[in-house]
Write a protein that binds this ligand. Structure first.
Ligand code: PEP
Ligand code: MN
Length: 472
């Protein structure tokens, strides 16, 4: 399966012939078809031009010239589509990227787990609430967190599209209005950070940067765009393939200018006038999509869908991934050997990384593939606190990141990025960090619907720690 010529033809729905994991079964298939047909006719949420730009930037990461910061909620809720939550998320990602930029002296590629991170794979399809077995919460695009409304509702797919559109629209609006302009304070002020040492270190970076910018402004060296805005890309786990297919759009290969203008031909026959062999297919629901650890079977539906889209794609890699299987996955997903086409998002756990990562790196180094290696220090480090809250310790997260950096260095590879579950709000879901949250603090502001997220301060803490490890 390592060569594209050995594979059957790909179409946006060829995944349907493959076994699928974590599928959602609707009891009203006609309504589902109607909703999907409507989404198929909706405008794309991102353009091929933007996706191409991200692909080029991830190539830089894979080649060691840039660093990837990917972060956001575990399960995005429709309620998070409000100005404050979006601004806070954007702000924490921008501030972290500034710290990383300063420490690493490299461009930072920012990808938010946002504007579509709704669907969740679950370890069990059912749970027991008040002695009754009900379907598990599968994400806002499937059912409700409310135990009384767990039946999968196809209308939620349209709602997901509309909430993604509103979120992405607000992010674009903020950025074009200068939210990320280093000359303006809103996004760069530390707001409610209480820890004095973080405040001090961060303020030093901002002061030095604004000083340099002031100097460059005086000598006329700053082009407006270089410091007035940034790229921010969207991403989610592409779990619900019916939805992803509805937003998969052909772009004529022959006319790259058409792709650059972000135009496309609708994907659904009979309006599809483009012969498939003359098209590239883009997933236009997000710039970057990834396959979860539970759905990455080589002969499964998700890998089949992912191999055909032009977007850069991620694959979660955990302890159950065999090294030979990893190489085969790269063969299927990156047949053209494009640096940065695949991001391997490794998530073993602080106590397991030393056992599994070296074999994975060595197996990949023996091939011609050049993926981005990205460390997800969250998903292998989830524990249950005595109070019953799902949590993660800051120390375990840092330990997995620092081990990842050094294992890569020892083997002649390089950690290219981090993938974090975080929020810009002051939640109490993970323990530790400079504010030293303990298990006892968890109930005070525990809000997540799924996995525990780093709060605003803990996220900045992580950025400083990573910057220091790279500086050392
Ligand atoms: C996630 O990223 O929220 C997730 C479910 O991760 P994984 O697929 O690595 O378990
Ligand atoms: Mn998660």
């Amino acid at each position: 399966m390592s060569d594209i010529s050995e594979q059957a033809a790909w179409t946006p729905d060829s995944w349907k012939a493959k076994p699928i994991k974590q599928d959602v079964v609707y009891d009203n298939p006609e309504e589902l078809s109607t909703v999907l047909a409507r989404i198929t006719n909706m405008p794309p949420l991102v353009s091929a031009t933007e996706v191409d730009r991200l692909r080029a930037q991830l190539k830089d990461v894979a080649e060691g010239h840039a660093f990837l910061l990917q972060g956001g909620d575990c399960a995005e809720s429709f309620d998070y589509c409000n100005p404050t939550a979006i601004e806070d998320k954007l702000k924490v990602l921008l501030q972290m990227s500034l710290v990383l930029l300063w420490g690493l002296r490299q461009p930072i590629v920012r990808i938010a787990r946002m504007a579509g991170q709704y669907a969740k794979p679950r370890s069990s399809p059912f749970e027991t609430v008040d002695g009754k077995q009900i379907m598990s919460y599968r994400g806002d695009n499937v059912n409700s967190i409310d135990p009384a409304a767990r039946r999968p509702d196809p209308q939620r797919l349209m709602s997901a599209y509309l909430h993604s559109a509103a979120t992405v629209n607000y992010v674009r609006m903020l950025l074009s209005a200068g939210f990320a302009d280093l000359h303006r304070p809103e996004a760069w002020d530390l707001g409610h950070v209480r820890n004095p040492s973080i405040r001090r270190e961060y303020q030093t970076i901002v002061n030095r940067l604004t000083d340099s910018l002031g100097f460059m402004d005086v000598i006329g060296a700053t082009g407006q765009t270089a410091v007035s805005t940034v790229d921010l890309y969207t991403s989610h786990e592409a779990l619900l393939l019916d939805y992803e297919q509805a937003l998969t759009r052909p772009v004529a290969k022959a006319s790259q200018t058409q792709a650059r203008r972000g135009t496309y031909e609708p994907a659904t026959p009979p309006r599809n006038r483009l012969a498939p062999e003359l098209c590239d297919f883009y997933n236009m629901s997000a710039h970057f999509i990834w396959i979860g650890d539970r759905t990455r079977q080589l002969d499964g539906a998700h890998v089949e869908y992912f191999r055909g889209v032009r977007n850069p794609v991620g694959v979660k890699v955990g302890p159950t991934m065999d090294a030979a299987e990893l190489v085969r996955a790269l063969g299927i997903l990156d047949p053209l050997l494009e640096p940065g086409r695949v991001t391997l998002i490794t998530r073993y756990g602080a106590d397991k990384i030393a056992k599994y990562l070296p074999a994975h790196i060595e197996a990949v180094l023996a091939t011609k593939h050049q993926p981005v290696w990205c460390c997800d220090p969250c998903h292998g480090n989830t524990t249950t606190a005595p109070s019953g809250h799902k949590t993660r310790s800051f120390d375990a997260i840092i330990s997995e990141i620092t081990d990842s950096i050094s294992i890569h260095q020892q083997l002649g590879s390089r950690l290219g990025g981090v993938h974090l579950e975080l929020t810009g709000e002051h939640v109490t879901e993970c323990t530790g960090g400079s504010m030293e949250l303990s298990h006892l603090d968890l109930p005070s502001n525990y809000q997540t619907f799924c996995d525990p997220r780093l709060n605003y301060e803990q996220s900045l803490d992580i950025a400083f720690k990573i910057a220091k490890v790279f500086e050392a």
